[in-house]
Design a protein around this ligand. Sequence first.
Ligand code: ADP
Ligand code: MG
Length: 390
Amino acid sequence: MLAQPLLPGATLGVMGGGQLGRMFVHAAQQAGYFTAVLDPDADSPAGRVSHHHVHADYLDSDGLARLSRLADAITTEFENVPARALASLAGDRPVAPGAEAVSIAQDRIREKAHFMRCGVACAPYAVIETADQLTAVGDDLLPGILKTASLGYDGKGQQNVASRSDLGAAWAATGQVPCVLEKRLDLDFECSVIVARGHDGAAVHFKAQRNLHRAGILAVTEAHDEALPPEAAQRAIDAALAIADGLNYVGVLCVEFFVLKDGSLVVNEMAPRPHNSGHYTIDACDLSQFDLQVRTLAGLPLVAPRQHSPAIMLNLLGELWLARGAKPMEPDWAAVLALPGTQLHLYGKMEARPGRKMGHLNITGASVAEVRTTAQQAAALLGLPSPLAA
Ligand code: ADP
Ligand code: MG
């Protein structure tokens, strides 16, 4: 808890040096803060742009001590930062979000229990931690998706399970770690809501945005008035606020949802940090999700962000660099940037790998029709499939 706001001139720290940390650092620096990043990689996207970079493992006690000497308050950008590390920092400095909220978000079993406690429905599922629980799984959950309870992201740690025999084999393939089996649902579309909640419990949020995933990885986010039915958007916002309240959350939280063919809303998972589906806020809103992360951490006033332009975001994955020829090649940015309303964000990652998030392209415009047209043109120039929902 902060006794008083940390004003610009103070130093804000972040656990994790990936692209989310980099964009946090940019927002903090723009507001006049100094920044400190802790990351085990000597050459991380955020470490390279931060005033201070503590090059250490997340649980290294010397590294944590250095970070807490440098920083007046500390946040996290990486979902799998050990909650223990946050708990130990919290002995010295304000830490937001707190270790407890982060540890719930890190464990699908605890996460789903939290959703249900908040009265928000999730996909029908069973916890599988023992052979008996495996045997007891009901047929109604098949076909399903077996997900490891921890350490999954971008579809990693997930296996499709068509039958009971698949299920045994899939669990064995995880090394019999704790898992959840989720029923495979018939999705109409996916959406997410980003909430920022302050130390005083007051919360603001962005519009619900519509997300298109390909192969388990976010490919496109659409954020504008026509992106999803207003009634579904409102239900998602109410659910996300209830989930944040239930955690007594401080910071930026993203909650991901499925909207099913029958119109019902189901919560999927949450991320205790800004989210890939909120990157459009940098160019389409007066305050971005990273600006709000800075404000929640520093205890500055939270005001509702205003989106001033319809937006579409295209994720730029490593494949784009690898598509033409044996050697990685930079995509033709000049052609894309010749389209009015495009903003390129690259994360400074030296090596392109399939599925690796290298950057994103934000597209804004005066109307939904305009951003849709530009998004189609940009996707075609980059060799990406059509970004628009069928
Ligand atoms: P990750 O942590 O990798 O993002 P998710 O649980 O969000 O894992 O799953 C990734 C994607 O897989 C989702 O965005 C969705 O497209 C699909 N998916 C996950 N669970 C289900 C489900 N129960 N039914 C249908 N599709 C699902
Ligand atoms: Mg997800």
